[in-house]
Design a protein around this ligand. Structure first.
Ligand SMILES: [Mn+2]
Length: 323
């Protein structure tokens, strides 16, 4: 099982673990998810690689001897381990502030927060076991590494590079390109247009609240995009999906995204996690009405500015061209 609304790294890691179980141990497994596959790229990944998966609620868990969590940990806000299930394996690279995480009863724990992608960590087990991955597993793992490390540019360790070199000869490059460049719905560009109108620029720090939006992935995508602006060293981006306010933080390499999200979300409830220059979190709200949302956004902005040493500064916005 992955975290809710699985991203490429969690899907890649899960597929890699299945490959490991099949080839190194002769064990068949099923991949189960909760939530939806939301980004167009992630949907293309599932389609191109024909990733077989079930909804966790449709799986009869009593039929299984072993339960693994990939790219997440028990107790994380975006992961609900089904009642009565004992977790046997945890493969992850996130740091978490939640005190509820308890790994003492888990038989096999491999959590390495310094590694750029869970997919790299899973690939290292394939390397050690001498497993030659299928094109599907290799492509999924490689795409997981590619997305979590922004093309091997962020949070990269020697292990990520070693995993990439190992996987690349097995990767189906044609399908990898199809996954990386899918067609996008018009609604995507509408969201982008709205987001740009809500950007608040401070000295080296950019905030953007999308208001009500389509998915947590959209929040992450806008955060990634805004970090590319010249002079921007950190981005704090949020958006409401249902009654949950999702936050994505990005910093330039060497920055501490987790510190910024922790201090930004201070006293607002919810949960957050992250590693290096990437962090994400979610704040459950009692109501998703406009007033509640505005008040939350104001408190977050105040916290984030204080955390960045910018308390009291004024925001600039992306205005209309006047020429
Ligand atoms: Mn990951």
């Amino acid at each position: 099982m992955t975290h809710n609304n699985p991203d490429p790294d969690s899907l890649g890691g899960a597929l890699g673990l299945q490959e490991f179980a099949r080839q190194a141990a002769g064990v068949e497994s099923r991949l189960a998810i909760k939530g939806k596959i939301l980004r167009a790229e992630n949907q293309a990944m599932v389609r191109e690689l024909r990733i077989p998966m079930d909804r966790i609620e449709d799986v009869d868990l009593a039929e299984f001897d072993c339960f693994a969590l990939v790219d997440t940990q028990p107790g994380f806000g975006h992961t609900k381990v089904p009642d009565g299930v004992r977790v046997d394996i945890v493969l992850d690279h996130h740091v978490c502030a939640d005190a509820t995480v308890d790994l003492r009863d888990v038989a096999f724990v491999d959590v390495r927060p310094e590694v750029g992608a869970t997919s790299s960590l899973v690939a290292s087990h394939l390397i050690e076991a001498g497993v030659k991955p299928s094109a599907e597993a290799a492509t999924a793992l490689a795409y997981g590494i590619k997305t979590d490390t922004a093309d091997l540019s962020r949070n990269v360790t020697d292990l990520d590079l070693k995993a990439w070199d190992f996987l690349f000869p097995f990767v189906d490059r044609k399908r990898l390109v199809a996954i990386t460049n899918p067609r996008l719905p018009a609604a995507y560009f509408q969201t982008l247009k709205d987001a740009l109108g809500k950007v608040r620029l401070y000295d080296g720090l950019t905030l953007c609240s999308l208001g009500r939006t389509t998915s947590a992935e959209m929040v992450a995508e806008v955060a990634d995009m805004l970090l590319r602006m010249e002079g921007v060293r950190a981005v704090f981006c949020g958006g409401l999906v249902g009654n949950n306010y999702h936050v994505s933080v990005r910093t330039e390499i060497g920055g501490d995204a987790w510190k910024l999200i922790r201090e930004g979300m201070n006293d607002q409830g919810g949960s957050c996690g992250g590693h290096g220059s990437v962090a994400g979190g979610v704040i459950p709200l009692e109501s998703g009405d406009a007033r509640t949302l505005r008040r939350l956004e104001r408190r977050l902005e105040k916290n984030v500015l204080a955390a960045a040493g910018l308390a009291g500064s004024n925001a600039a916005v992306l205005g209309d061209r006047d020429d």
